[in-house]
Design a protein around this ligand. Structure first.
Ligand SMILES: [Zn+2]
Length: 88
């Protein structure tokens, strides 16, 4: 993985579910739970995090120039869908 110094110092961006949806097979690089946030920098640096670790590291990731796609809203959708199933 090579990243230019410029990419490391420019501030990152926070987006909401703008990239390919994370799937159940995407596991947090920190703890192994299901991932809900994807951090990318340059062409070949990608990290994925669960909601907990993503939130904990968000400020540092943005400060290091990562673009962080926050898909945690999808977690709430999954919960609501599950509740809908239970109500039926
Ligand atoms: Zn985690």
């Amino acid at each position: 993985m090579t990243t230019t110094p410029n990419e490391r110092t420019k501030p990152g961006t926070l987006t909401k579910a703008q990239t390919t949806p994370l799937m159940i097979k995407d596991r947090c690089d920190k703890c192994g739970a299901q991932a809900w946030m994807r951090a990318t920098r340059g062409a070949n640096e990608t990290l994925v995090f669960c909601g907990h670790d993503g939130a904990k590291n968000l400020t540092a990731l943005l400060a290091q120039g990562f673009t962080v796609d926050d898909q945690r809203q999808r977690l709430h959708n999954v919960v609501n869908e599950a509740k809908g199933v239970l109500v039926k």
